[in-house]
Design a protein around this ligand. Structure first.
Ligand SMILES: Nc1nc2c(ncn2[C@@H]2O[C@H](COP(=O)(O)OP(=O)(O)O)[C@@H](O)[C@H]2O)c(=O)[nH]1
Ligand SMILES: [Mg+2]
Length: 203
């Protein structure tokens, strides 16, 4: 997709603060410091639209961006940052879950993992949760430039197996440094923009 405009709209912590635009949304999740902001910036061809790595774990709000005035990107707060108090970590879960469960505009969740590390329990819980609620999701393995080609492919296989993914569901290898995977992620986003809005089940 050619990016004509990309702008920050607002931050929110609860549903009545979410923008009321009705645009289809793509949300991005991952552990703090995994490279979520860098991925968003790379997809949008912007250097610093989404804030990168100021203090890991500091972005505790849900940040909404509009792209080409027709879709919205949502930067969800990173989870699992050890230096944040337990009380604060406990607030994040419900904030993210409420968004993922209730947001009608949401069409796709991009779940970001570091290709070098095994998924954490929180990564697994999130992915399991998305499956349970029938949320459309995509798994991206970032920082692929940190590994050799062979090693990156090997890690992709391992992670796919450990998450119980099958053939077509292979995670996408991505790098904000090299741009690898950028067009593949856009390719996965395109079709969901055309889908009809369907409320997710509350079961
Ligand atoms: N080598 C490499 N470094 C990356 C990549 N993506 C992010 N980083 C670095 O990882 C750190 C955290 O990135 P950031 O996007 O702020 O992570 P966030 O906390 O998930 O939003 C920063 O120092 C980035 O420069 C990548 O694809 N390759
Ligand atoms: Mg960030």
């Amino acid at each position: 997709m050619k990016i004509i405009s990309a702008e920050f709209i607002k931050s929110a912590v609860k549903p009545d603060q979410y923008p009321k635009t009705g645009m289809p949304e793509i949300a991005f999740t991952g552990r703090s410091n995994v490279g979520k902001s860098s991925l968003i910036n790379t997809l949008l061809g912007r250097k610093k639209l989404a804030q990168t790595s100021a203090t890991p774990g500091k972005t505790r709000l849900i940040n909404f961006f509009t792209v080409n005035e027709k879709l919205s990107f949502v930067d969800l707060p990173g989870y699992g940052f050890a230096k944040v108090s337990r009380a604060e970590q406990e607030k994040w879960g419900p904030m993210i879950e409420t968004y993922l469960r209730e947001r009608v505009n949401l069409r796709l969740v991009v779940s970001i993992l570091d290709v070098r590390h095994d998924p954490t329990q929180q990564d697994r819980d999130l992915i399991e949760w998305l499956r349970h609620y029938g949320r459309n999701h995509l798994i991206v393995l970032t920082k692929s430039d940190k590994l050799s080609r062979g090693e990156a492919l090997r890690r992709r296989r391992q992670i796919a197996v450990s998450l119980g993914l099958e053939g077509d569901d292979a995670p996408i290898l991505f790098s904000a440094e090299s741009g690898e995977g950028k067009s593949e992620i856009w390719k996965a986003i395109q079709p969901v923009l055309l889908q009809k809005q369907e409320p997710v089940s509350n079961s």
